[in-house]
Design a protein around this ligand. Structure first.
Ligand code: GDP
Length: 387
């Protein structure tokens, strides 16, 4: 099984984890294709060996294998060149050097036959599978009967899959670990408690409204103290109390500045003092820059060291932090409604685009209601995750 990257670091880490578990279940060797901008982020997970795709790998065009690839499983099914009940050794088709699994978010129902037992019976006849994904597709593996027993043994607690696999697989490089430890020691180690706030906006939002929504969430859920609007000097009794730290991560600095200024200008009703910190503000996503990715991974790790988390909806960057930290975050799910931020019912990442059909009948199916341990994600309609 060869894993190919797609999208940002969070997307990559959740799909590597999914590909790893799939390889384990299918007894396959997993190799990862890391472009240069990913090569100094992680240590090898397994001593005395490597999970990196060797440079002399005979399929030389891995960077260009995408939806138009002639060996795409979904298209070969659609065009009836392959069928899931086929025995390929008897079939009169030329042997393919590899089969390409297009498991990115915008794939089609043919590609998603991967999540069906029938599809798996065909796939196991191909020695080389190349997979490109930006999704956390583990919840769908739990629905494939041939994996049920093994998954039950591996994960009696279904909500710990990413927590256990993520901590097992991802070991930050010294470069990343340096960022994490220096920042932690300088700003967070002495705090009474750490609240992580991850702010990721996918569309234009009103800065004032969104900042006050985030503050309302933190205060109404008792994650931060409310403000003392009467006594501007209310601190004296609690002068020796350790500060609470708020770790903000965002591509922008404006949210951080507002939260920091709020607790600089105002005393708190509890007398606590609040330190607000943001390690970087990169302004834009630069997926293809190593230094940018080092900071991103360091910040994911720092967030995972929080005691509680407020997360933007729909962000895989946040999913990795909550999963590594084993934290059920408060999700900023309804920016249009000041009062609504919801605690996630799980620490598991959400599978944003699961199959929406029943394998045998191909009839439409709502994956969030099919078995008791799968649920709809609070932050993505149509998504599902383990609970
Ligand atoms: P998603 O797009 O939110 O699902 O998360 P990804 O991690 O897949 O992609 C977002 C990318 O943007 C990250 O990998 C970083 O490169 C960058 N990014 C987004 N938010 C932050 C942040 O708070 N801090 C840093 N350093 N980078 C960020």
């Amino acid at each position: 099984m060869v894993w190919l990257p797609h999208h940002g670091l969070g997307n990559k880490m959740i799909s590597i984890t999914s590909a790893f578990l799939y390889s384990l279940l299918k007894d396959k060797v997993l190799l990862l294709f890391f472009p240069d901008y990913m090569n100094d982020l992680f240590y090898e997970s397994f001593p005395n060996t490597t999970w990196l795709l060797p440079s002399d790998f005979p399929i030389t065009h891995v960077t260009s294998i995408f939806d138009k690839d002639p060996n795409r499983y979904g298209n070969l099914l659609r065009d009836k060149i392959l069928s899931n009940d086929m025995n390929i050794t008897n079939a009169s088709i030329p042997l393919l050097a590899y089969l390409y699994l297009h498991l990115v978010h915008n794939n089609n129902d043919y590609d998603r036959m991967f999540y069906c037992e029938d599809g798996q019976l065909l796939l196991q006849q191909f020695p080389w599978l190349l997979l490109r994904s930006n999704q956390y597709f583990i919840p769908a593996l739990f629905l494939i009967p041939m994996f049920e027993q093994e998954l039950g043994l591996l994960f009696p607690e279904r909500t710990t899959v990413f927590h256990l696999l993520g901590r097992y697989l991802f070991h930050p490089s010294n470069a990343v670990w340096g960022y994490v430890t220096r920042y932690y020691q300088a700003y967070l180690a002495n705090a009474e408690e750490i609240l992580g706030v991850q702010i990721r906006t996918f569309a234009e939002v009103d800065l004032d409204k969104h900042s006050s929504y985030i503050m309302n969430c933190a205060i109404s859920k008792n994650l931060l103290p409310s403000l003392d609007t009467k006594d501007v000097a209310a601190l004296s009794d609690t002068i020796r109390v350790k500060p609470k730290a708020v770790l903000v991560t965002s591509l922008k600095s404006e949210y951080f500045e507002r939260i920091r200024d709020t607790y600089y200008r105002n005393a708190t009703a509890t007398g606590e003092v609040i330190g607000v910190y943001q390690p970087s503000h990169e302004e834009k996503q630069f997926t293809e820059k190593l230094d940018h990715n080092v900071k991103a991974l360091a910040e994911i790790y720092l967030l995972s060291l929080s005691d509680s988390l407020i997360m933007s909806q729909y962000s895989t960057f946040g999913y990795v932090a909550q999963g590594l930290g084993g934290i059920r975050p408060w999700l900023l799910v309804r920016p249009d409604d000041e009062n609504l931020c919801l605690q996630s019912s799980t620490m598991e990442p959400c599978f944003h685009f699961p199959p929406s059909f029943e394998c045998k009948s191909r009839r439409e199916l709502d994956l969030g209601s099919v078995v008791p341990y799968l649920r709809h994600c609070e932050d993505k309609a149509g998504g599902s995750s383990n609970r």
